[in-house]
Design a binder for this molecule. Structure first.
Ligand SMILES: NC(=O)c1ccc[n+]([C@@H]2O[C@H](COP(=O)([O-])OP(=O)(O)OC[C@H]3O[C@@H](n4cnc5c(N)ncnc54)[C@H](O)[C@@H]3O)[C@@H](O)[C@H]2O)c1
Length: 377
């Protein structure tokens, strides 16, 4: 059976919207399902349905008449969201169960689940990793988002073959591209605030995934679930990236330098950055209930940006015919930032004084919080 009506959960978000847009351009009928509408323009063939995936009745209703489902909706990856463990579980695990049940109820035969590298990675070095790697034990995850994404992926894999449903999972590297809203604005705001004073993870390698490659991988995976393609992807997991591992700071270098910010020369040990992230998480845990600020870095983010972990895309190439068309290219992102008026401006006073003030404020705050931690007097 061909897929005419495609439903994208999380279709209000950056990857989901772009996937839906491409499908609509290919002449498919597309439903973007999300709790919030996309902030980009809808194109012909696209329809938005407001739906909370934690509510089964809403999901069941929205899935009526749908042929295939891409499940991208998730919660808790970064920033403030990480505090709300209950909601993370409800969306990532409960929501995924609802998606599977609604697929079965409506006899939808194809479900592509959008997963993450974090289901196998927890801070250990991985070079050219393959899909045969075991899941990271659940108690070893440094954050609840990764743990719940792993549980959800396993639920989707178990659902393969249930009442005619074919499923697969795509494990993504960090997503980027023009208009991206999760990682790049946060990174740039730290750089613009003057926090790019030193580097860490020298020589380490990580993967990235351009949104165009993400879209290509999802469409190919859906096709590879079809009986016409012998359902080759059914029950399978695939790593998806640009296929060109690079150090995180070198990846961002063209963007930073294009905006007038030089990469610093000073390197500090990863363990020091990890400790700062640990402290930040503690501060966020205590203060976040009153003032839910955006944590600067979490332990998972330190691992993700400073420890070598890159994966092979050979299985996706072989089974799906996946071929990245863009590799580590921030040209359009740079253009976008320049057009929006970003770029280094001269500060009043010396930058040394500015940094010194930042460091002093940080130290006062940290010692204030430390004095409240159990056992730290
Ligand atoms: N962005 C990355 O670097 C990255 C890396 C690996 C995996 N992923 C995966 O890609 C997918 C997209 O995530 P993202 O963070 O990039 O994009 P995103 O945050 O832009 O999209 C997630 C969407 O899910 C929606 N959502 C949250 N709770 C919901 C609910 N209860 N009901 C309906 N919709 C809900 C949000 O409103 C949001 O639009 C996720 O599954 C994520 O785990 C992303």
């Amino acid at each position: 059976m061909t897929c005419e009506t495609h439903l994208v959960t999380g279709g209000g978000g950056y990857p989901g919207y772009h996937l839906g847009k491409k499908l609509a351009e290919l002449g498919k009928s597309v439903i973007l399902l999300d709790i919030r509408p996309p902030s980009w323009q809808m194109v012909e063939g696209m329809k938005f349905i407001q739906c909370n995936i934690t509510r089964y009745d809403e999901v069941e209703e929205a899935f009526r008449g749908v042929d295939c489902v891409y499940h991208l909706a998730s919660y808790g990856m970064s920033g403030r969201e990480q505090l709300n463990k209950k909601l993370i579980e409800a969306v990532n695990i409960g929501g995924t169960k609802n998606v599977i049940d609604a697929c079965i109820k409506h006899r939808i035969s194809r479900l592509v689940y959008t997963s993450t590298y974090n289901v196998v990675f927890g801070g250990q070095e991985i070079m050219d990793g393959e899909e045969s790697l075991p899941y990271l034990p659940l108690d070893k995850h440094p954050d609840h988002y990764s743990r719940t994404k792993s549980i959800a992926e396993q639920l989707v894999m178990e659902a393969n073959g249930r009442e005619g449903l074919h499923t697969c999972a795509l494990r993504l590297a960090g997503v980027y591209g023009p208009g991206e809203q999760r990682h790049i604005p946060r990174t740039m705001s730290m750089v613009e605030a003057g926090f790019l004073l030193m580097l860490y993870g020298e020589g380490s390698l990580q993967d990235f995934l351009h949104v165009d490659n993400l879209v290509q991988g999802h469409i190919l995976a859906m096709q590879a679930l079809s009986p016409a393609n012998h359902s080759v992807a059914a029950g399978q997991t695939y790593f998806l990236s640009d296929g060109a591992p690079i150090n995180t700071f070198l990846f961002f270098k063209p963007l930073f330098e294009g905006l007038g910010y030089k990469l610093p020369k000073l390197q500090i040990p990863l363990s020091v950055v990890y400790f700062i992230a640990y402290l930040t998480e503690w501060i966020h845990y205590i203060v976040g209930r009153i003032y839910n600020f955006q944590p600067m870095l979490t332990r998972t983010e330190v691992y993700k940006t400073g420890v070598t972990h890159y994966f092979s895309i050979r299985k996706a190439q072989r089974d799906l015919g996946y071929e990245p068309t863009v590799q580590n290219d921030l040209t359009l992102v740079l253009k976008e930032y320049i057009a929006a008026g970003h770029g280094r401006k001269r500060r009043k006073g010396s930058s040394f004084v500015y940094y010194l003030v930042n460091v002093i404020i940080g130290l006062i705050f940290a010692s204030f919080i430390l004095s409240y931690l159990p056992g730290v007097k």
